[in-house]
Design a protein around this ligand. Sequence first.
Ligand code: GLU
Length: 474
Amino acid sequence: MTELPVPRVRFAPSPTGYFHVGGARTALYNWCVARRGEGQFILRIEDTDRERSDAAWTEGILSALSWLGITWDEGPYFQSERRALYAAAAERLYAGGHAYACDCTREAVEARTKNNAVPGYDGFCRDRGLAFVPGHALRFKVPDEGTTVVSDLVRGEVEFQNSTIEDFVVMKSNGDPLYVLAVVVDDLDMQVTTVIRAEEHLPTTPKAVLLWGVLGEGRPLPQYAHLPVLVNERRQKLSKRRDRVAVEDYRALGYLPEAMVNYLALLGWAPADGREILSRDELVAEFRLEDVNRSPAFFDEKRLAHFNGLYIRALPTAEFVERCRPFLYGAHGLFEPTSVDEAAFARLAPLVQERVATLGEVPGLVAFLFAAPFSPDAVAFEKAVLRDESAGETLEHMAAAVERGALDAADLRAALEQIAASTGRKLGKVQAPVRVATLGAAAGLPLFESLEELGRERVLERLRAAMARIDERG
Ligand code: GLU
């Protein structure tokens, strides 16, 4: 058996916006490869675009990765701190005759090339012998003939005709390195063995291969793996203007990181037996870049919510209670900390856990207990209480039963069943006004357990308030 090299992979986000679910998938695949091969996961922040990069976006990326449990072994390195390396590489390219200085303005290039069959730079400065000094850009001399092959674990061998690749800029006239130069310099310096990244980078990869050929001094190219794009239900590429793409948003909505990781892993890959629910360890053991699909992967929010619901239900109840806390009060919370009765919540938690797909739905189900002041949903109240001619009578009977001592869920159920029987109405019919009057919504947790938790005083108060509103209506 041939010994596989220990993988050194890197995740190299640009801190120019919210951390995208596509970025999270790329990070996860890198992480699986590193963990499986007992290699290293390097985190590199590609912040050479000074205008668009922001430390706050970097913070967001680090925090989202930590939340997902995607841990790094080296870094974060910042490209903005490594400019001297890129400048030195540019000098080497120039000195070795692999690159030349160029003083063409964009306008001049456009004017000269607008009618050319092959788009791109026309090589105007190739033989002008300009000095590589501030104010001049540096262009790589792409061979006129031959092909450059990108050997990709997902896409196979992708061949590019060199004649279609322009003499591309590696350093701007202001001394800023171009992305492709910085990436090659860093991947060499960091001894990266496998480049796993979004498909959108495939077109620039032949440029990286050409640069590597010169700067790499014979070192083998990294293995490339370009991951399929993520699309929405209309098969459009996910976009931050159109779709919910920020990992941070999913976190705030109450998705569990383990559900997110499981779901992200399946965007472009599946285990051989088609299993859907996989733990982190199973992912690490089974994930193979060779099995990544080339076709676009549908990012289906509904399916993600379904996964999340399964993960929520699998939590031990005590842990579920713990994870709900920030959604009840605190960072994403809906209630004042003082109005949340933890013991009451813990008692209802198993019923809540059965009914939610995200932790963000939890507060809505227990608002009847913790929201102050209590105010029933106006539409539901109108329909179930004010428009139902028998509602007044039902509420009165129910109030009388509670006053007489019906307290626990079984008593309350018996009382309402009796009301239904004595008035000749269906149980559902008499339940509706009671539910809306006391719990404030037409649907939610089981009625009788909720009433028991609410307690006699509040139940009576709410039933009476609803009766008063019926009377006001006349
Ligand atoms: N910085 C690039 C991005 O955020 C990634 C480049 C790479 O992985 O090579 O899309």
